[in-house]
Design a protein around this ligand. Sequence first.
Ligand code: FE2
Length: 379
Amino acid sequence: MITDTTSLKLEKENLEAEDFLPLLGTDYVEFYVGNAKQAAHYYKTAFGFQSYAYAGLETGMKDRTSYVLTQDKIKLVLTSPLTADSPINEHLRKHGDGVKVVALWVDDATKSWEETTNRGAVSYMEPKREEDANGYVVRSGIHTYGDTVHIFVERSGYNGLFLPGFKEWKSDYNPEPVGLKFIDHMVGNVGWGEMNKWVEFYAKVMGFAQLISFDDKDISTDYTALMSKVMSNGNGRIKFPINEPAAGKKKSQIEEYIDFYEGAGVQHLAVATDDIVKTVTAMKDRGVEFLYVPNTYYDDLLDRVGEIDEDIEPLKERGILVDRDEEGYLLQLFTKPQMDRPTVFFEIIQRKGAKSFGKGNFKALFESIEREQELRGTL
Ligand code: FE2
């Protein structure tokens, strides 16, 4: 295993980034949930998302309903089945609420599908043109880890709000945004011994390069451990770290996830803000629960990370973590799982030059998660 924890130099390992799949960014993230209407209300209230688009019986959709929420560049889609025979039920039965689609914005969805399936991706959806009065969208899709899929979205021929079949979602209830701006990275958990298979998938099938890797010596506490590799596309806009559990004295959070999600899936969405103190304060006021670290974390913080622009006290009050790499520092904080099962959670991140992922916080963070696992009886 290559371990380069001090620099962010591209590790080649025969995984040269080859941009046959130019990605313009994350288009949307779709969750399959048990009750989309209520989940939408939660993400509006607690996370400050705005009502954006809707599809359901009123728009001619017979088997499912979808609410699209937005905040700055982020689009979340929350989808629930309307009928007993919808295949979405099987996803919910197996995984509980979770991420089904990580949609990627491309110039050419047909070519994206051809390039990736030619390189070994399993097709989820052949290129399909959907139209309405506002033009057309082409979408195609491939499978990735677990039951998760990537959908390529080509929308240059479309002037509508979201996708054909959706209408504007107007609401009288519009809580203020909390300052979430875009998806910084999105992390997948895969099973024992599967990390390298999926690293290879992102390298060979999607043309990503490996940015950095961590092994169990970097990410472990006295009890639990994990391994992680970060895959990034050619222009660096898309970053997908992939975690695998590692053997420890007790069950790691990755293993707990795999048990409850019944397989691989998206573990967390990291969302960027320009003002983490303000964002986290607003989210806490609205009832979002975050992991906490002991106050002793802050005793030697400045020795560890050097000078920072922020006052320590507001960070300490909110449990915001800080880490530094060669290029700068970052501030971050993790929510507790946002599903009934201990599976998917969110990270709030503010980068001040740093391009890494907070390695210096892993130990404190893991110990914090272990305290939660202890309460759940899953450690
Ligand atoms: Fe993260």
